[in-house]
Design a binder for this molecule. Structure first.
Ligand code: SAM
Length: 367
């Protein structure tokens, strides 16, 4: 294991600790899952702040795990570090004998270790073999994607995962170039992307290859499929009062997170009843008002935080008085909305983020 390149400052660390504390402080022994251990920055702070908390840390990157293991060595008697993709969390918890947990953190995306590594191919700014696998022990590389996917497949990956408006032009340039010679380096790919987009577009929105590299990374690691499966599975494992915090770095991750949480904070019962029917009430409440953004101080101290979006939720006690009060208030809001001019008499189930639904029910921290 080499020296760590650069420094990794855990993103929104204080806010994550603040959100997780009520869940981790409330019992003799609590269990916290760090689903994206990385270099162990968030995990170390949780272990320091909660001396009775056991940590289950997952990462699909063996190099990250090795660094985290060294960093967390002094907590060896209360950590389990596992080489796993986070959608394997239920299997990991079953194997370790933890049917339920109290805290879960997802800090998505790549670590500074991966970005800065000269041999991993994640960064468009330095030349490296086109690998981009977070888990270098398995799976296809970015080189295989770039050199074997059909033109329509490449264009789809760039458009959907990179939100790249010049996806077709870039895919055409890649296909033309690989007929001449196999594309094997990140510098060659970055150059091809730069050449294939119109000159005025090169001057806006950061490095022209940024979106292509993001798209390839997501495709290579099947990131969105893993996240879509992992979030509901993780929520299922939280105890009453247990809390989950998710840090996303692009809109696709944040959309999946928002949808997974919206599913749990919404009632499934008939909207025109004043009480919830058994088993139809919300099972979680949001702790964040919409997606929380970093403040200027955080971004100045840690440029990686610039694109972060934080969402958090807590599992509700289905028998709690506070919960029943929330339900009745929600019911009154629905009735009021039904009687507003222009809304008609048809009751509409509130949707997340529409001002009548889940987003207004967070604790409302705006920092
Ligand atoms: C942003 S870093 C986490 C940094 C960490 N919070 C810290 O303070 O050091 C994200 C980590 O998640 C890992 N990762 C990304 N997707 C994963 C997945 N599907 N399953 C497991 N680990 C994943 C990456 O390998 C990377 O090490």
């Amino acid at each position: 294991m080499g020296e760590l390149r650069g420094t990794h400052v855990p993103v929104l660390l204080e806010r994550c600790l603040e959100l997780l504390a009520p869940a981790l402080d409330r019992a003799e022994r609590t269990v916290h899952v760090d689903a994206t251990l990385g270099l162990g920055g968030h995990a170390e702070a949780v272990l320091e702040a909660h001396p009775r908390t056991v940590l289950v840390g997952l990462d699909r990157d063996t190099e990250a795990l090795a660094h985290a293991r060294a960093r967390l060595a002094r907590f060896a008697d209360r950590i389990h570090l596992e080489h796993a993709v986070y959608d394997e969390l239920p299997d990991v918890l079953d194997r370790l004998g933890y049917p339920a947990v109290d805290g879960i953190l997802f800090d998505l995306g790549v670590s500074s270790l991966q970005l800065d590594a000269p041999d991993r191919g994640f960064a468009y700014a330095q030349d490296a073999p086109l690998d981009m696998r977070m888990d270098q022990t398995r799976g296809v590389t970015a080189e295989e994607v770039v050199n074997t996917y059909s033109h329509p497949e490449l264009a789809r990956v760039l458009r959907v995962y990179g939100e790249e408006k010049f996806a077709t032009r870039i895919a055409s340039a890649i296909v033309r170039e690989r007929e001449r010679a196999r594309i094997t380096s990140s510098a060659r790919l970055a150059e091809l992307v730069r050449e294939s987009i119109p000159a005025p577009a090169r001057r806006t929105g950061g490095h022209p290859a940024k979106r292509t590299f993001q798209a390839l990374r997501i495709e290579v690691n099947k990131e969105l499929a893993a996240l879509e499966a992992a979030l509901p599975a993780a929520l299922d494992r939280l105890t009453v009062g247990g809390r989950m915090v998710v840090l996303s770095y692009h809109s696709l991750e944040d959309r999946l997170t928002k949808a997974a949480l919206a599913d749990r904070v919404r009632s499934t019962g008939p909207v025109d009843l004043p009480v919830e029917l058994p088993g139809t009430g919300p099972t979680f409440r949001l702790l964040s008002r919409g997606a929380e953004l970093p403040n200027e101080v955080e971004v100045a101290a840690n440029p990686r935080a610039a694109s972060v979006r934080l969402r958090a939720a807590e599992r509700l006690d289905p028998t709690a008085e506070q919960h029943r009060r929330t339900d009745r208030e929600r019911y009154r809001r629905r009735v009021r909305a039904m009687h507003q001019p222009g809304t008609g008499s048809a009751a509409r189930r509130p949707a997340p983020g529409d001002g009548t639904g889940t987003d207004e029910e967070g604790e409302g921290h705006d920092d």
